[in-house]
Design a protein around this ligand. Structure first.
Ligand SMILES: [Zn+2]
Ligand SMILES: [Zn+2]
Length: 383
């Protein structure tokens, strides 16, 4: 099972419960449906088996708080955000494999029937081949603060979409495509080889299952035209500069009712004049005077949100030392926010006048014999 299947499946609908359903309601709905569709109770009816699988899979995810939360987020933001949604990512097991019921044991392993079902059954009844739409790309530039908090923004996408004149059929309005005589509308022909049949795309209709006699004047029979559309989307909190978000189902439309592709949104975050970013931590360079660094001091540190906080700098703090201020970084999707990392930089005044100058000159005289460079010069001579 792919991540995409997972995003497209509506587990709430499968159990017939609202998104806000409690754990109890989910359990109740599952028990009721599982009893109803259990294969033993339905003479091994394949439709019931399919429904039973669906219900079990939905329950597997929605009954687990962590899985349910990830599933909800994934359906909102698409599969790529957070990086934890791919099978084998942050411990998220795709459903199905984790099922306690071995369906093969219950229903018997499929023999030849299943094999042929797999080879030819997919297109059965369908007139055209359902093809997934292409993935599209867009880019968005975000303010530093918006990237931290998440923002709803609109994106302009130029892409092929179903032709407004023929609604994608490719046929002139008032006419309809006719069923392909070669493949009978299935879009596939069967080639016999060595006693086996192999399905291949019908050459007469290119797999569409239908042939257009009078092409649509707008799209010339293609069924699609280039269109610009604007979509509004929520960018989740904490996106990083250069990150690509995948918005499931917001890409190009699929052929013949196939699912839409995804939209890949490349995010650029404009830098903040004061704060930098390291993962979920914010960074700031904190100027202090030499006296503050040497004697120790309580100094104010700006934060991205709200009031500055007070930081105690111990006596003898060297320039370049970094202090961690907990919880003042980037908010995380779940749990604690990141930290603010303040790096001390001793500020050297451009001019020193009056009393300060007198004091400094006095200090210079008092420390004239301090051997700050002796070790350096000694080492250089040795090396
Ligand atoms: Zn058209
Ligand atoms: Zn055909």
């Amino acid at each position: 099972m792919s991540t995409r299947d997972y995003v497209e499946k509506d587990y709430y609908a499968a159990l017939g419960v609202p998104k806000t359903a409690s754990a109890d309601e989910i359990k109740k709905a599952y028990r009721m449906l599982a009893r109803k569709h259990h294969p033993d109770a339905n003479n091994n009816d394949p439709a019931a088996e399919e429904r039973f699988k669906e219900v079990s899979e939905a329950y597997d995810v929605l009954s687990d708080d962590a899985k349910r939360q990830e599933y909800d987020e994934m359906r909102t933001y698409g599969a790529s955000f957070g990086g934890g949604f791919s099978p084998g990512g942050t411990g998220f097991a795709p459903p199905g494999g984790a099922q306690n019921i071995n369906l093969g044991d219950l229903f018997g392993e499929g023999g030849l029937g299943d094999m042929f079902g797999g080879m030819f059954g997919q297109q059965g009844g369908g007139r055209q081949r359902r093809t997934k739409g292409a993935d599209l790309s867009a880019s968005v530039s975000l303010d530093f603060r918006d990237a931290v908090h998440g923002v709803t923004t609109s994106l302009q996408i130029r892409a092929e979409a179903a032709c407004p004149t023929c609604h994608g059929s490719g046929a002139k309005p008032g006419t309809a495509p006719h069923t392909c005589a070669v493949c009978g509308g299935s879009g596939q022909t069967i080639r016999q080889q060595g006693g086996f049949g192999f399905a291949e795309t019908c050459r007469a209709c290119h797999g569409r299952g239908a042939v257009v006699d009078d092409p649509c004047p707008t799209c010339h029979g293609v069924g699609a035209t280039m269109q610009t559309r604007t979509i509004s989307t929520r960018i989740p909190a904490g996106v990083k500069n250069g990150q690509t978000l995948r918005l499931a189902g917001k890409g190009a439309v699929g052929a013949a009712g196939g699912p839409a592709g995804d939209l890949l949104v490349k995010v650029t975050v404009t830098p903040h004049p004061v704060f930098g970013r390291k993962g979920d931590n914010l960074t700031v360079t904190l100027p202090v005077t030499f006296a503050e660094a040497a004697l120790g001091a309580s100094v104010l540190v700006p934060t991205l949100e709200g009031e500055p906080v007070t930081l105690k700098i111990p006596a003898g703090t060297p320039t370049g030392r970094t202090f961690r201020i907990r919880g003042r970084g980037i908010p995380r999707k779940s749990g604690k926010p990141g930290d603010l990392l303040a790096t001390v930089e001793v500020a050297v005044p451009q001019r020193v006048d009056g009393k300060a100058r007198e004091a400094l000159e006095e200090y210079r005289d008092a420390t004239a014999n301090e051997p700050v460079r002796d070790a350096l010069i000694e080492q250089a001579a040795k090396g």
